[in-house]
Design a protein around this ligand. Structure first.
Ligand SMILES: Cc1ncc(COP(=O)(O)O)c(C=O)c1O
Length: 400
């Protein structure tokens, strides 16, 4: 639960600043707001934290993906490579802009396998969305290398990896653009919310305009007189979210450090269990430690161990059987049941590709995810709680 566990007086103070002005909107009302611009400040500090040129707050992580894809000019006729292990939102965002998601396999990092890019790309591929699932990095250095060689755009979905890095560089800052989610269960939460980062002023402008009906946000004129060059929509973050985000961002390094300590204790206990191995982390020091993923040699064994753990009160998830994070389990998606009765974008006449979503095309995920169990790590885990998890693991191992 991370950020949600940490809501306290700092969040209250930041939110009260906003409520005392009564200005809940991020734009306009310059006289009334008495210098309080929480979303703007959150964006500036977030960009600084990630060492990115620009940051744009939006209403959700899903909106962040859609706005970023729009800024990147991904649209009808295009294909986007997306790992088969991700939350549904990554696929939905691609379809929201009229493009087609192409499912690619994962590797032992549980994230997009860089070798899949050249195998699965077609003449229609425009972009890749590596997703840093469960708070840990994909092989982002390799992914960037292959993307550059093949002239493909990279949009990182870092909804789950806020605060994580690879070789000292924050996840989300490798590709053309990076997206974050601040929904209620994320490492930093604003209730609902999201952020886009980029080093490109051009992409930042396109995202900024699109997310607010095309407004160019010219500080010299009133909002009603602002110019516009493109049409857009409304994905604006509000000041209450900005206030929460600021307080939470100041706690992010502490959150990650505490999670790392808790994770290590549980990992040490699991390391004693015969056959248990851990997910490959391309850079363990950069892990956000929000989750601990481990595997057993066979799917049946993993299932048995999961049941034994559950009987001892230790919860884990097997994502191969999860309904929301594994493409082969999305029966509505496989049936192309988009919200449009015309099944857009799959029926878009500008799309010339032939996409398929078969389990046979993702053998590594079928194997690895079936054998992998994932445990959520909290910031606040008392010694008693950690002890009961350790005891539960020991007992489950004995019962195997
Ligand atoms: C990988 C991934 N991408 C995108 C999202 C969407 O974020 P939001 O819930 O803020 O829309 C999530 C949320 O769980 C996610 O896990």
């Amino acid at each position: 639960m991370a950020g949600a566990e940490m809501i306290g007086k700092e969040e209250i103070r930041e939110v009260m600043d906003v409520l005392e002005t009564g200005i809940l909107m991020r734009y306009g009302f310059d006289k009334e707001r008495r210098g309080i611009y929480k979303v703007r400040q959150f964006e500036e500090e977030f960009a600084g934290y990630c060492k990115a040129g620009y940051a744009l707050g939006v209403t959700s992580g899903s909106a962040a993906l859609k706005v970023a894809l729009t800024a990147l000019d991904v649209g009808p006729g295009d294909e986007v490579l997306v790992p088969c292990f991700t939350f549904l939102a990554t696929y939905e965002a691609v379809m929201e802009v009229g493009a087609i998601p192409v499912m690619v396999d994962i590797d032992d990092t549980l994230n997009l396998d860089p070798q899949e890019i050249e195998r699965k790309k077609t003449p229609y591929t425009k972009a890749i969305i590596p997703v840093h699932m469960c708070g840990s990095a994909a092989r982002i250095d390799k992914i960037m290398e292959v993307a550059r060689k093949n002239k493909l755009l990279v949009l990182e979905d870092n909804a789950q990896g806020c605060g994580a890095s690879f070789q000292g560089k924050k996840l989300g800052s490798f590709g053309e653009m990076g997206c974050f989610s601040f929904d209620y269960v994320k490492t930093v939460t604003t209730g609902e919310g999201g952020m886009i980062i980029t080093d490109s002023l051009d992409l930042y402008h396109r995202a900024e305009w699109y997310h607010d009906h095309g407004h160019d946000h010219n500080p010299q004129v009133s909002r009603a007189l602002e110019g516009r060059t493109i049409l857009g929509f409304n994905y604006r973050m509000n000041e209450l979210q900005g206030a929460l985000g600021l307080a939470q961002l100041h706690k992010l390094d502490y959150i990650v450090a505490e999670q790392k300590k808790n994770k290590q204790i549980i990992k040490d206990a699991l390391a004693q269990v015969p056959g248990v191995k851990f997910r490959t982390l391309p850079d363990p020091a950069g892990d956000s430690a929000t989750f601990l993923a481990f595997n057993l040699p066979e799917e049946g064994l993993a299932q048995r161990f999961q049941n034994m753990l559950s009987a001892e009160g230790v919860d884990t998830v097997c994502y191969k059987r999860n309904l929301w994070h594994y493409v082969p389990n999305w029966e509505h998606f496989l049936a192309r049941s988009t919200a449009s009765s015309k099944k857009y974008p799959f029926t878009d006449p500008t799309y010339k590709g032939k996409v398929q979503y078969t389990r046979e095309s993702i053998p590594q995920a079928e194997d690895i995810l079936g054998r992998t169990l994932v445990m959520g790590i909290s910031v606040k885990m008392s010694p008693e709680k950690l002890n009961s998890i350790k005891k539960g693991i020991e007992q489950a191992a004995k019962n195997m």
